[in-house]
Ligand binder design. Sequence first.
Ligand SMILES: Cc1cc2nc3c(=O)[nH]c(=O)nc-3n(C[C@H](O)[C@H](O)[C@H](O)COP(=O)(O)OP(=O)(O)OC[C@H]3O[C@@H](n4cnc5c(N)ncnc54)[C@H](O)[C@@H]3O)c2cc1C
Length: 346
Amino acid sequence: MKCLIVGQGIAGTVLAWTLMQRGVAVQIADAGFPNQSSGAAAGIINPVTGKRFVKSWRFDTFFPIARATYQAMETELQCAIWQELPILRVLENAQQANDWAARMAVPEYAAVLGEHPDAGPWSSFLSSGLQTGEIRQASRVDFPRLLSTFRQKAAAEGFLQTLQMTPEAAKNLAGDFDFIIFCEGYRGLDNPFFPNLPWQLSKGDGLLFRFDAPAADGLHEMVKRNLMLAPLGDGLFWAGATYQWTFRDDGPSEPEQLSIEERLSGMLSAPYRVVKRFGAIRPTVKDRRPFLGISPLHPKMIIFNGLGTKGALLAPYWAAHLADCLLIGKEIDAEVNIARFAPVNG
Ligand SMILES: Cc1cc2nc3c(=O)[nH]c(=O)nc-3n(C[C@H](O)[C@H](O)[C@H](O)COP(=O)(O)OP(=O)(O)OC[C@H]3O[C@@H](n4cnc5c(N)ncnc54)[C@H](O)[C@@H]3O)c2cc1C
């Protein structure tokens, strides 16, 4: 089987790798557009989300697949991309502390929520006086390293081209491939092979910063309050992200950057220096489920998109699922199949 993958963000990368593991001949086309969502992401997998600490959709199914996939990629590509790191959860107020305690009492949450009586090495960097807990089974995938290592391999082995795929060019290439799979991130919104999908794009801003104090080298846990902080190594920290439902472009915006700095100053007690600012548009969907499926207009055109805010957790499971559908005719899971939006007749 021969497949052309359009887009080399986390979706295209994990899908290409998965298909190649199964003997598919893969070609990739990526335009190298700036402000790629995967380039801005911290690659964090957080088992509980929201103010009420609810477990992520099908977390217990997706997480082991994510872990196994990224670890296998690590071995094959010989680059360190997978880190299991707890998240120090700073609890804002009595209500949050109560919600946390209530969740901890639920057996299903025993593996993911735990005690963390104080902020440990983070104590001298965080504002004091707040309660803390620990989120377990949290991880971070180094997206920039994974994507650039895979890109170098693909370019060296001649299966990646830097080009923007137009619908006309895709149509002309359809005879050369069994499938053309679009992993275009938010730009999938304009793809005429997949009209009328209920996108609900959200832009996110973030920044990278450094502490001046050398003790910051001892900070290995991620921290979540009203921002997420993730240590990236070499004294660098990622902070983010904002959510904007209306925006003018896909780059960083001044009001969002100011709001991050305001929150950061409220969260930290130690001086820091901002070293980079960024913004990108997430491929988010109204019903918060990915887009997988066959174009209603062309049987060779496939979509793998809509990973939303959770590309790190979702990409491996759904790439394997799509590979099963294309290779052995498995039915696409109804919850992610774009056919779920087809008009009901009669
Ligand atoms: C600030 C921020 C923080 C985030 N943090 C996290 C996090 O911690 N954990 C997490 O899991 N998720 C996070 N996300 C979400 C995550 O970024 C997405 O889920 C994921 O990266 C989407 O990947 P993708 O491959 O679908 O899209 P993208 O990463 O946007 O990749 C799409 C690719 O397609 C290419 N392309 C598009 N159209 C064409 C075309 N026609 N021809 C050729 N190439 C094309 C582009 O150049 C690009 O390389 C975050 C997002 C943002 C913005």
